[in-house]
Ligand binder design. Sequence first.
Ligand code: KIV
Ligand code: ZN
Length: 394
Amino acid sequence: MTTTANASDRVVIFDTTLRDGEQCPGASMTLEEKLEVAELLEEMGVDVIEAGFPIASVGDFESVQEIARRAKKSIIAGLARAIPGDIARAGEAVRVAQRGRIHTFVSTSPIHLEHQMRKSQEQVLDIIAATVAQARNLVDDVEWSAMDATRTPLDYLARCVEAAIKAGATTINLPDTVGYATPEEYGHMFRTMIEKVPNADRVIFSTHCHDDLGLAVANSLAGVASGARQIECTINGLGERAGNAALEEVVMALRTRGDVLPYATGVEATMLTRASKLVSAVTSFPVQYNKAIVGRNAFAHESGIHQDGMLKNATTYEIMTPASVGVTKTSLVMGKHSGRAAFRDKLRELGYQLGENAFEDAFNGFKALADRKKHVYDEDIEALVDQEIALASD
Ligand code: KIV
Ligand code: ZN
């Protein structure tokens, strides 16, 4: 890659939980809740917090403004359509921030131009030039997004990006708005823009991926490998339809696979679990049990083979430590797949010391119970072992 900004190995983490995440049906948050989430994101080291869409409602405007007023380190962004009134309102909301950003966007794909905007390609180019210039007159930090970039012909997309850079954009975001791209296509788009567009080295390129095909994180990483240096993401992958790229997955993929993805973020990963729990609580959106990094099973093992390996050395079945994401410990879940090693370990944890015969009887009793019961709790095991001990002493 030939660019200055994009040649850096630091990836800017842009969190949009409070904007794209909140657009998810049923996930709206109160002002107090948004302030709490923003405070945690900033403490966690998130570089840019997209606090909302100021023109959308008075409540949105006020929350963006209040978050902007309180932020000390993070850049606070307000979203605006390519409409002068939107941009003015976003500018007013972020003006109080120590570091404010206007994020303005317009659709560029033929599908959107024909069916939604009813504008020609030339008209959209004029709109980009005028609206980015307006935003740049209000703040120094302007992000421009090509909505539905991944369904836009690359030659036209390059003209749009060029117009935005010329008008003063400092970050260029190329969203996979409908979650349609594959990693290869998404990476190719960034490489093409960075190589072809004049002055591409003066801006930071950004990814913004939706998860309709379950590819949001893979696409974001492909974008970075191809020169993007900002990833837009949300806590728990909250967002429109199937959601956005999950911040915790992006951060841990970059940390865990630095050997093939040598890019750093400023995020304190040990706070990821706390952030996930907070966002789940304030939005009332449960986190799926098997969700990567923050799901309750992410560090749980039930299979006997896996439990045996874990008891010998955790690296046998864990590629990152629970502590690295803020989880206190691995859990060996007792169930019908558990073996003798895990059962012995559990008995030790519960304070039992059985002789070999009693242990075998207790283990057989446990296996029979686990076949009948979905969850075997510590209390079940205690009852079973106490029964064995009583029988043995009769
Ligand atoms: O998905 C998208 O295209 C967006 C833009 C507003 C950036 O959320
Ligand atoms: Zn989006």
